[in-house]
Design a protein around this ligand. Structure first.
Ligand code: BEZ
Length: 210
């Protein structure tokens, strides 16, 4: 069965462009984004890996590590990253797994043979400090992902983890948040002494907690 939200992210040991890693140990007590792309030396992947490198300082601020996966060997990744630097102006500054035996791809259900032979489709997993899966995304090979959206989801997940708020439709940093339904008004008073705006008993807005 496919991995689902709340499942423990499978652990693995793998060779990467930054040496061998043991996944859970490498994540440590922070968060992680694990994402697959179909193949090295392909155009959409080249743009995605460059953009992710540009976003890395934002993920660092949020204590989120980045790990890319493709079914090519690390020796190919080392050549390809130079093309990424040439075309995107930045070298990937996070490890890329060499998954030529498809171990990680199989563990995470990244190969969807009815869509794309034996290559990986574009998946994203956000994994929390408890090693549980918090988000999954699956995109077709031909569509580059919106990694700004992944960053937005991380912000939302971290707000929920820390402050018992959810985020409404199209929420962006600094926007109003929603008190989670599991917090009754009594408990909410203690958490949000500044009060909130009630539109319905189940729809209570608060300014974004700091
Ligand atoms: C790409 O990254 O450009 C790509 C890879 C596989 C199929 C289609 C596009």
């Amino acid at each position: 069965m496919a991995l689902q939200l709340g499942d423990t992210a499978p652990d693995f040991t793998a060779d990467t462009t930054e040496g061998t890693i043991n996944f859970h140990e490498w994540i440590g007590d922070g968060w992680c984004i694990l994402f697959s792309h179909p193949k090295d030396f392909t155009p959409v992947c080249t743009t995605e890996l460059g953009y992710m490198a540009k976003l890395k300082p934002e993920f660092d601020k949020r204590n989120v590590k980045i790990l890319a996966v493709s079914v090519d060997p690390v020796s190919d990744h080392h050549v390809w990253v130079k093309d990424i630097q040439d075309t995107q102006g930045i070298l990937p500054n996070y490890p890329i797994v060499g998954d030529q035996d498809r171990k990680v791809a199989t563990l995470y259900g990244m190969i969807h043979p009815n869509a794309l032979d034996s290559l990986t489709v574009r998946t994203v997993f956000v994994i929390g400090p408890d090693k549980k899966i918090k988000l999954t995304l699956t995109y077709p090979a031909s569509t580059g992902r919106n990694f700004d959206e992944v960053l937005r989801v991380v912000d939302s997940l971290q707000l929920t983890a820390k402050h018992s708020v959810a985020t409404p439709v199209n929420w962006q940093q600094g926007g109003e948040c929603i008190i989670v339904p599991s917090l009754n008004d009594e408990a909410a008073k203690a958490k949000f002494p500044g009060g909130w705006r009630t539109e319905k008993p189940y729809l209570r807005y608060v300014p974004q907690p700091k």
